[in-house]
Each structure stands twice: as C-alpha cells, then as structure tokens.
Design a binder for this molecule. Structure first.
Ligand code: PLP
Length: 416
C-alpha cells in the first residue's frame, strides 16, 4: 500500500530543529585558534547563503523556487506500508517506510546536493569538491552539479572505489572527476575522514572552488527535513495519528535527521539511530570536540566521535564508516531525546535479504541497518502484543551494491 502526495504538496520550507533542541548547540571551533568560528572563517569553503543556514535559529527556512523545480522531478517520494514484511513477521506492528531510493542517484542524498549546488552557483562558484564513501553522496552531487552547470571533483574512499566501480561510472556519466582517497597513500583503504581532508585541501587552494559536505552539518540536515515533513502528511493520509518509533541508519546523521527532526517536538515519538558495530560512534564514542577530517583541517565540532584518526574496517555500508556524527544528532542522543543501537553486518544482511524476499526491493547496505532494527522492533512488538506504528527511512536502493549481496550469499561476508 503506497501513500502518494501530489507535486504541489512538496514542502516549501525546511524545518529547522535548532529552536527545539534540548540544549543549545555548542559552537564550532577554529582548527588553529580553538576559538568559536565566525562566518568569515567558513567563507573559503561555503557560500554565505549556506553559512547563514548553518547558524540560523529561524524555525522555518524557505526553499528557493529553482530548488523546488528540481526536487519535484522525484519528490514527494512515496510512503509505503510494508504489509508483506509485517505478515512474514506475524507482528501487530504497522511498518511504514519513506522511499528515498526513487531519486535519480538512488538515495536521499540529492535532497541536499541540489540546494548546495544551487547556492554555490548563485554565489559565482564554478567547481565543487567533495568526498564520498560508498559513492551515494558523490553520485548525488555529480547529478546536482551537472544540472546547474558546475564542475565536480569527488575524492572517493579507496575501499569503495575498488569494491563499487559502478558508482564511479555513474559519477563520470554525470561529468564528475573521481579520484581514490587518500591521494598520497595508494595502499591505504581510506576513510570518510581522509577523503574530507583531500576535498577540503583542494577547495581552499582554488578561488573557483568550494567544498560540499554530504552530511553532518546543520544545513545538510535542514535540507533533508523534506523527508520527515512529507512523511508526517502521508502518515495522516494512512490514518495514523503519529509514529511510535522512527528508525534511521546513521552515518553522519543526515538520513536519520531528515526523517526524524520534524518529529522532535512531538511527545511520545521514540527516535532510534542505527549504526554498524564496527564503527559505533553513538553507542561507544565520546562526546567531545573533534575534527571532521583525519588531517585536522576542518573546524572542531562538539559531537560523538571515535577519534578523527579512527579507520573503520572496510564494511559494505561505506556510507556509515564515519568517525563522528552530526552535532544535532549528538545533541539529541546526549540529552536522551534519541537512542542508538549498533549491529554487525552479518545480521544486517540477514535483514536486507528478508526485506527483499517479502517487499521485493533490494536495499542499500546502509539502509539495511535500519531494516535490521525495524525487524527487531516489530518482533518485540509481537512478543509484547503491542500494535505500534514504526516509520523508517528507506534511504537508498542496493542495485549497485550487488557485490556485497554476492559475498553474503556465498559465505564471504565478514560477520563484524
Ligand atoms: C543509502 C544511504 N543511507 C544512509 C546513509 C547514511 O548517511 P548519513 O547518515 O550521512 O545520511 C548513506 C550514506 O552514504 C547512504 O548512502
């Protein structure tokens, strides 16, 4: 059962969670002086329009018409009731998922790539640099930059560059130049932290270039709130008063933020972050100021972190291999407004295959983390005889991750 909104129901403003946070966000610090950053410190990396959104406390921020025009080519995305999965689990829970896999790049990432490309173009920038893990973010930015006529340079984590050649091809089809990272160490599997260092170094060295980040920062989570805003309206169409629990996989936090932030003010809605046990930032990290990248070039952010030099194992959910987490998500977890759980990838792929064999579509390994938690929640509801409403973000499809499924099906997957 699908709940569809017409094009004119696409949200026209982003939801800013900042005024609703349990405690004020701690300011980002300058990497050299360790003093709070001013807007000018960020100007070599981002256009002023995005910096303004990064620090805004306005409750709603209008989405420019040019951005809406592009988002409308796949939004509003469907909300789907996973009835066959419910039946297979024999659960009284009602499971709904927001299908972000229908975007041109196949994930939620274009929701922020499009406005980032737009604001940079408006500021006269002609080239963007970025990092990518599994290639989902890089492909989203390659798509958005080509629409706005910008050049795009993507530093791709070497482990994924080698495991997932088709994402690289996708980026190249959209005109991007893709290079494995770290650029100066060809034997290193890389990490999102080191790819960020490569991309930032490139952008600060050129006047025509800015840097673009696919997650973590406040303005990125802001752009993603279209997911949760649409879901709220669609759940009402489905006759649901509110979800009891919202579940999302968490790498840097943009997918989870996108589906859950519009529900933060709603009492009785439980929020759950799901991460890999091999990169357990929220469940085992420390809350402290840390760099966003490995080389220590980015501002220091107050967040849960495993340490900026942490190199996670090369699991298939490349987009979840990040040492830190969004300050907004960290703030919610620290103040017990959100919970977090971690799973090893073997259990995650069990869930992915169960989903594919009931609902039909094949999820991205990142998305499958959320599905694992959804299945466990639905089984717990069965035990408790509880009719709860579960909402999760189906953040991307896995059609370019079939090598991972091949490993799983043929006993080559590392359980970790
Ligand atoms: C399909 C998919 N889901 C979820 C994520 C998690 O990332 P984030 O938490 O930064 O949104 C990623 C990251 O690449 C992804 O590709």
């Amino acid at each position: 059962m699908r709940y569809i909104l017409t094009e004119d129901r696409l949200p026209e403003a982003w939801f800013n969670v900042v005024p609703h946070l349990p405690e004020p966000l701690q300011p980002p610090l300058h990497p050299g002086t360790r003093q709070p950053l001013g807007p000018d410190d960020l100007a070599p990396l981002f256009p002023m329009a995005l910096i303004a959104k990064e620090v805004s406390a306005e409750p709603w921020i209008d989405i420019p018409g040019e951005v809406l025009d592009v988002l409308r080519s796949w939004r509003p995305t469907p909300l789907v009731r996973a009835r066959r999965l419910e039946e297979a689990l024999q659960t009284p829970a009602r499971i709904y998922y927001k299908d972000e896999s229908v975007s041109p790049a196949g994930s939620h990432k274009p929701n922020t790539a499009v406005p980032q490309a737009f604001y940079n173009k408006e500021a006269g920038i002609t080239r963007l640099t970025t990092e990518t893990g599994a290639g989902q973010w890089g492909s989203a930015l390659a798509y958005a930059t080509t629409l706005f006529g910008l050049e795009c340079k993507v530093y791709m984590v070497r482990a994924s560059f080698e495991q997932k050649p088709y994402r690289r091809v996708m980026m190249e089809v959209w005109g991007a130049d893709v290079e494995p990272s770290p650029v100066d160490d060809p034997d290193h599997p890389g990490s999102l932290g080191s790819a960020i260092s490569d991309a930032v170094r490139d952008a600060v060295g050129r006047d025509d270039s800015h840097y673009s980040l696919g997650s973590v920062l406040n303005h990125v989570l802001l752009h993603q709130t279209v997911i949760g805003l649409e879901a709220k309206e669609q759940l009402a169409l489905a006759g649901e008063e509110r979800p009891d629990i919202i579940i999302g996989s968490c790498g840097g936090g943009s997918n989870l933020g996108g589906i859950s932030l519009p529900f933060v003010p709603d009492v009785g809605v439980d929020l759950l972050a799901v991460e890999p046990s091999s990169c357990p930032t929220l469940t085992e990290g420390r809350f402290e100021y840390d760099f966003g990248d490995t080389a220590g070039m980015t501002p220091l952010l107050a967040m849960y972190t495993l340490g900026h030099d942490f190199v996670p194992p090369s699991i298939h959910a490349g987009g979840l291999r990040y040492h830190g987490d969004s300050p907004i998500i960290s703030n919610l977890v620290k103040n017990n407004r959100m919970r977090a759980v971690a799973y090893p990838q073997g259990k995650v792929f069990d869930a992915a295959v169960q989903f594919a064999r009931t609902e039909g579509t094949i999820p991205a390994p990142e998305t499958a983390h959320a599905i694992r938690a959804v299945i466990d929640e639905a089984l717990a509801a069965r035990e408790a005889g509880k009719e709860e409403v579960i909402l999760f973000s189906y953040s991307g499809h896995g059609l370019l991750d079939l090598g991972a499924y091949d490993d799983y099906l043929h006993g080559r997957l590392i359980e970790e």
